[in-house]
Ligand binder design. Structure first.
Ligand code: GLC
Ligand code: CA
Length: 535
């Protein structure tokens, strides 16, 4: 029998290159820096790395504003460095996933520069969404950018162009076949250079509908799309059904074409994972139908409360929805766009949740620094770089906190990340969170991740579905404990602030914090902790 493809239940480590390791002292991480730390990455027990963009870019949005998708930005190195990184990763049996950004280019891309010059009605403008102003001079519609402010910017001849994100990120017109042809060229370019897969940025955004129609509640919609704006869930869900620029049917045609391209590389098993924020949740499964992409991110755990009912629902729903298209879910607790999990739900809770998730079927994504238990960096407004901060006049702080560089070694900031001044300051309070210091402490988060990922491989990958356990004292959906069995392993998470008994069988494999005692033949699970037992 053919073994499962490599990505099926892979653990994938997300590297934000600018924040990982600086090889040349300019204060910014780079590709040679990543290469130099691949032994560390390998030692975590992950199967692949996903690199956030390192392409030529003016870096207005952390490199998600791409000026040349087939070259490396000098701040990160050059194409030879990329090749070397891929080769070194492969030598260690680590796969490499590149980030592709098809929704928009940077305004510095030669296509956009040509469109500005060529003027209205030109072929060059048809690669983007250029329209005339309304008669009263206002933009073609009232959409609000996801980074705040209008979605339209006017050029000198009076036309407006659409940008769902920053004004430096003009959206591409995917109705124009030239756009797809160029992206297929880019996909092949990186596959030929050796990458094993792609993370597709804003995969749900490529096709727009009703571009000349106003939305009935643009501000409501803008709030509904923001994870940091609280809103009644019914109101939010109703608004999310009305997004004219997300999750249109046409996007699936694009991924069907791409799938054929990936499959044409046969045994290389090229994979792709979609960043698709869609509603209702069942729509996400469309991206992973057999003839489309391989995985779609499940973002529920980036916002879910540390509550057994909530987590039960998320896990159950994700597994069962994916099963309808014969796919496995993905799990992510943190990424470069959201608050770090240790800050959001607490350090111990973050460890417990990670261990809970590593037992589940599907692929687990780990954002670099998560294994160290890093919190969000504390930043001054003067340090901030996220365009969201500027486009909302500082009202929304943005995502820089999750992007503070990693602390590696030593006792003083910047902890070996760079010999220069890091692009975002690293707090002296991270002294005990460096790789070096956690390696020396067997109880550290780093050791927990390494041990858990090893055990995951040994006992859980490929072990099939889960069975929720009703037998622990509060039942599967109770308020304190949430537990399941998978393969021969029983996973019990205690979400409460006190220790709880549970009659799980088997010998203890690992616990995320504290010690598991035995009492009257039962196991006592420490507060805010997860344990695995092997029967
Ligand atoms: C995705 C990226 C995010 C970026 C945005 C625009 O959501 O993850 O970092 O700002 O796309 O490209
Ligand atoms: Ca550097």
């Amino acid at each position: 029998m053919k073994s499962a493809p490599w990505w099926k239940e892979a653990t994938i480590y997300q590297i934000y290159p600018r924040s990982f390791f600086d090889s040349n002292g300019d204060g910014e991480g780079d590709l040679p820096g990543v290469t130099s730390q691949l032994d560390y990455v390998k030692s975590l027990g992950v199967d692949a790395i996903w690199l956030s963009p390192f392409y030529t870019s003016p870096n207005k949005d952390g490199g998600y504003d791409v000026a040349n998708p087939r070259d490396v930005d000098p701040r990160f190195g050059n194409l030879e460095d990329a090749k070397e990184l891929i080769a070194q990763a492969h030598q260690r049996n680590l796969r490499v996933i590149a980030d592709i950004v098809p929704n928009h280019f940077s305004d510095q891309h030669e296509w956009f520069q040509a469109a500005l010059k060529a003027g209205r009605g030109s072929k060059e403008r048809e690669r983007f969404h250029f329209y005339d102003a309304n008669e009263d001079g206002t933009p073609p519609n009232n959409w609000i950018s996801l980074f705040g402010g209008p979605s339209w910017t006017q050029v000198t001849d009076g036309q407006f162009y659409l940008h769902l994100f920053d004004s430096s990120q003009p959206d591409l017109n995917w109705e124009n076949p030239e756009v797809n042809a160029d992206f297929e060229k880019t996909l092949r370019f990186w596959i030929d250079l050796g990458v094993d897969g792609f993370r597709i940025d804003v995969a749900h955004g490529l096709i727009k509908e009703d571009v000349l129609t106003n939305h009935s509640d643009p501000q409501g919609l803008s709030n509904a799309l923001r994870l940091d704006v609280a809103m009644d869930s019914e109101v939010r869900n109703a608004l999310l059904l009305t997004v004219p620029y997300f999750d249109r049917q046409g996007v699936h045609e694009i991924y069907r074409k791409w799938r054929k391209l990936f499959d044409s590389y046969g045994e290389r098993e090229i994979m792709a994972v979609a960043e698709a924020w869609v509603h209702p949740p069942v729509n996400a499964t469309r991206y992973v139908r057999a003839d489309e992409l391989h995985q779609v991110f499940n973002f529920d755990l980036l916002t879910a409360e540390f509550d057994s009912r909530v987590l039960f629902d998320v896990v159950e729903r994700s597994i069962s929805l994916n099963a309808t298209v014969n796919a496995l879910p993905t799990w992510a607790l943190s990424n470069h766009d959201s608050p770090r999990v240790a800050s959001r739900i607490g350090e111990e809770q973050a460890r417990a949740l990670a261990l809970f998730v590593f037992g589940l079927p599907g692929s687990a994504y780990v954002f670099a620094g998560q294994e160290l238990g890093l919190p969000d960096g504390q930043l001054q407004d003067s340090d901030r770089q996220d365009p969201t901060f500027f486009r909302t006049n500082g009202q929304i702080k943005g995502r820089d906190g999750a992007r503070v560089p990693l602390p590696w070694s030593g006792n003083t900031t910047p902890f070996g990340f760079s010999t220069g001044k890091p692009w975002l300051p690293i707090s002296q309070s991270w002294r005990d969170l460096t790789v070096e210091s956690e390696l020396a402490d067997p109880k550290s988060s780093l050791h927990l991740y390494r041990n858990a990922l090893e055990l995951r491989k040994e006992f859980l990958v490929g072990a099939g579905g889960i069975t929720w356990l009703e037998s622990c004292n509060h039942g599967s959906k109770g308020d304190s404990l949430l537990s399941y069995t998978r393969g021969g392993v029983t996973v019990v998470m205690n979400l409460s602030d006190s220790a709880n008994e549970c009659d799980a069988d088997g010998r203890l494999l690992i616990v995320s914090g504290g010690t598991v005692d035995a009492r009257d033949g039962k196991k006592v699970i420490p507060a805010r902790s997860t344990a695995w037992f092997l029967t």
